[in-house]
Design a protein around this ligand. Sequence first.
Ligand SMILES: Nc1nc2c(c(=O)[nH]1)N=C([C@H](O)[C@@H](O)CO)CN2
Length: 141
Amino acid sequence: MFHTESDVVFVKGLTVEAVIGVYEWERAINQPIRIDIVLETDISKAAVSDDVSDALNYKAVCDDVSRWCKEIKAELLEHLAGEIAESLLAKYSCQKVILSVAKPTAIKQAEAVGVQITRYAKAADNQSAENETAESKSDNA
Ligand SMILES: Nc1nc2c(c(=O)[nH]1)N=C([C@H](O)[C@@H](O)CO)CN2
């Protein structure tokens, strides 16, 4: 069975002022973090019902991600991106997240620097297959 439909909800250029960085002076200030998010999710129910309660609500995503950035106070963008991606997959109904986090003011000669990651929700079938493999390995040990 092939699925030919592929839907996303996205957020582009969400800017959050938060503590981010490895240097001492960075721990004492807020800096802008620019975030792009692509959430792979089935939008077909909302497309028919025209009801936001059937949609993956991008306002809620923006509010959550802004709050998480301020709470995490990460040193590395890598850590921030990983934590946000895992939280999005845990909270929202989506199969895949592509997340880019950037610092537009970190390097004077660059427009922005940052990282982009892609993370997948753990499929129930894959998870039980992984558990079975782990179990059979420990049985044979
Ligand atoms: N790969 C990364 N490199 C660097 C990071 C980072 O988060 N990931 N951070 C810094 C400093 O905090 C920098 O932004 C200060 O200008 C350096 N390199």
